[in-house]
Design a protein around this ligand. Sequence first.
Ligand code: TYD
Ligand code: MG
Length: 417
Amino acid sequence: MPQARAASSAMPTAVSINLIDPIGAQRRATGVPELDRVLDGGLVPGSVTLLVGEPGMGKSTLMLQALGRMAADGARCLLVSAEESCEQVRMRADRLGVLEPSLLVVSDTSLHNVLAQVDAVAPDVLAIDSIQTVHDPDLPGSPGSVTQVRECAQRLVRLAKERGISVVLVGHVTKDGQLAGPRALEHVVDTVLQFEGDRHHALRMLRALKHRFGSTHELGLFEMGEAGLIDVPDPSALFLTDRRPGLPGSIVAPVLEGARPLLVEVQALVNSSTAPMPRRSAQGLESSRLAMLLAVLDARAGVSVADVDVYASVAGGVRVIEAGADLAVAIAVASARIGVAVPDDLVAIGEIGLGGELRQAGQTPRRLAEAARLGFRRAIVPASSAGVEGIELIRVGSVVEALAAVGLSLDQQRAPS
Ligand code: TYD
Ligand code: MG
């Protein structure tokens, strides 16, 4: 029998699982409620968080607001601004109202200098804006190259663990993957937050793509305003403020963004087309999903859109990527095509199959509760749905039944205006 190896003095002792301290106890709230919601309470000491998004989304703004609030709360915060001068950062901080004495700022791009600064300052929180502009002159590659970005990040991860510092790295990415550097970091860091939004809207969404210290199901919502990012604690109310009731082609859908129910208005417009290939435009919806729903409407419900342009959109700059909004999209298109408005106290929930049948969307009760909270009184849902208090359910099995239930009958179908 081989002899058991002697345990090294550095070997950790195994402990009962119930005696281990929970991580939550040490979290530091950032003081930005929607950010804390996504982080499941705040930043964990010794952890590294990567904040990615397209240029101009508001990453630097979010970072500065969070550092300012943590500094106001007594944390020592160091911002390494590798893109903007200290004066530019001050100007922005002034606008955001975060001129806090314990928020320290240095403008530098050398990793060696950053490490020396951390020695000198001993911060609780360190933010690097951005990881693409920091570089180590001893390593090959230009700043922003995958090697540089990865090596610098790995060094900062070690630093975070050794010193118990909460580190946040900002990284630029583009939709077409042009700036791919930070993507190579996803497995190196503990948490990846993605900041996204539509350039033409003030709405910004923050999602956790990866989170070692909590759920990745929370969505954070902000509006970019004059004085930085404003939390949007009640997005459903915001999305519905400008709704004009009584218009054909409009219905409200309770969708789920992670764990968060949101009420959004789905709109459709049909217009006679002179083009050989009529136009299909989907805003905030997947165009392939819209194409499939148009085909089902035609084949299973007799609502033909072959000769018309179809525009479908989700109002307010939200992007809906789940099938739970299918029924609302189908009803909006049929309502626009037939030219009859659906009642405005009504919401629609459900996925549509190729047979025209309605299927359950995840967490229907949660969606119904949000609709009831905002004053909707009736919901059109798949036959098997369970109900919640305060909202009447109209249970249907198919698209055809759904259209009939909301007063859209095919004999009303008229030539498009
Ligand atoms: P920024 O945080 O610089 O984006 P990123 O770091 O992701 O590139 O900010 C993006 C935009 O937001 C910028 O064009 C200016 C605008 N902005 C406001 O509208 N209000 C504000 O208070 C601030 C600070 C910026
Ligand atoms: Mg920036």
